[in-house]
Design a protein around this ligand. Sequence first.
Ligand code: BDR
Ligand code: CA
Length: 313
Amino acid sequence: KRKVIIDCDPGIDDSLAIMLALKSPEIEVVGITVVCGNSPVEMGFENAKKILKQMNRLDVPVFIGESTPLKRDYVNALDTHGEDGLGESFLPEVPGFHQDRSAVDFLADILKKESISVIALAPMTNLARLIQKDKDALANIDTFVSMGGTFKSHGNCSPVAEYNYWCDPDAAALVYHTMHELGKTIHMVGLDVTRKIVLTPTLLEYICRLDQETGSFIRKITKFYFDFHWEWEHIIGCVINDPLAVAYFLNPSICQGFNSYVQIETEGISLGQSVVDAMNFYRKTPNTKVLTEVDVYSFFQTFLSRILDLEPE
Ligand code: BDR
Ligand code: CA
């Protein structure tokens, strides 16, 4: 089994990503690290426990991470995810379960001992703090997948910036810079591909008919998200970004892309933009695999069959 850490800010789509990861037999989730993003970090921590409870997996450790971005003021995304961060499902709290270490200490400790993959679904503040604490730990990340950024698709926080990088641009910039220095690759699962992953009312209905319990849980946490998408983008359905990062980790052939040098803007009108040097102006070695195409059918085949325990394709 490949060991992974999920760094996240649950978050509706983060929750669906965690569900997919926990239902994937080829990976072992050794820890969930939470950071401020969609929800303040303490709320994200509570939400992670709620998902684990739903999945009957309270054995997976959850660690509380950074509560503010490196330099900028923190801006949450509760307008998108609801006042409880889980689509105003107001699920009961899951008591207890406080860990002895912070998320950053957990990451540093475990990556000192072994090479583990990281799937980052949130602003990269925990990872930036890890670099500041111990750069070598980052060198020990096996595969690094980041849901964030955008190449040709428009942003979701500004014309050019995606939320995870926009929320803490300094952290994202440091992670991309350091990965470049270390000669490692970030697999950038950005809006170019995640925008194509739309959970439609028909798909949700299908889930409900096949599995009442999972269906009504997903319905509960996505209702607010559906309404948000209709109000803001006139989309019937909701874009579920984060599970694509997990599905891509499980099977990279579901996405296509190219290798490039990427830098994150930390100032001005393009704050948080992932600047992709596709034409190689800077003559720098690539630090990123930028994904541009996704096989949507394949994604849903994996996602649905796993969360619903259907026979593998
Ligand atoms: C990203 O931002 C958050 O709102 C989602 O959870 C996802 O990680 C999409 O821009
Ligand atoms: Ca997220």
